[in-house]
Design a protein around this ligand. Sequence first.
Ligand code: GLU
Length: 263
Amino acid sequence: MYVGRLAPSPTGLLHVGHAATFRVAHQRARAAGGRIVLRIEDLDRERCQPEFEASLIDDLRWAGLDWDGDPVRQSERLPQYLGFWRTLAQQGLIYPCRCTRKDVERAISAPHAEDELESLYPGTCRPAGAPPRAEVSPGEINWRFRVNPGEVVEFVDDAQGPQRFVAGRDFGDFLVWRRDGVPTYQLAVVVDDAEMGITEVVRGADLLKSTAQQILLFRALGREPPRFFHCPLVTDADGHRLAKRAGGHSLKTMRESGQKLAG
Ligand code: GLU
């Protein structure tokens, strides 16, 4: 049985690019006779706002989309994320990191194209031997997943074709937990996709590299990853990717000014 998801973040207003991706996700689930869940990715307490959440529900309905069951909020699932943190810690797959870098701030949200400038983590806190095992709680420190340099992650994306990433070259040791007690996007999304039984992830093509990292977390969890379908990004007339701050393209503005969504 196909299970898909709509996974918006209430960190800004949705725009026509989101609508395009969510429509594909919805259409693929319904065409397969499957279910689609609405998961609100609201871990970033500083950037998420109630009015964005209210608006996204109205926007999705206005775009003609529905979903099965009640929306799920990531902010209500911390125990599940902590459980996976523990699994990783007990296997010695993650290590505490004292570095204060820009990527720590950013890791709570999905890394879209405008965030791509982050360089590989240089490994400052990476332990030489196996990281200590059997931690019981993360404490007030950041945690990184230790990648095996040279490990190849390959998958066939149902929209973009075969993909190949190399750990240590395309991405380094990535954050899974922040010292403020919140899991990163990469960890939360894998726990959710696994536990919700998601069979296909439909999202924007700027998250292909995240998919490679997530596949490593699925391996650590001992779970089969879902299938992936990364939609081409919608750009504006100048070829720039639409960002949430691009107010003119927001679904709310269109909805409230009586415009129609094309297609
Ligand atoms: N909440 C993420 C975003 O809005 C979704 C990423 C995903 O689909 O995994 O970018």
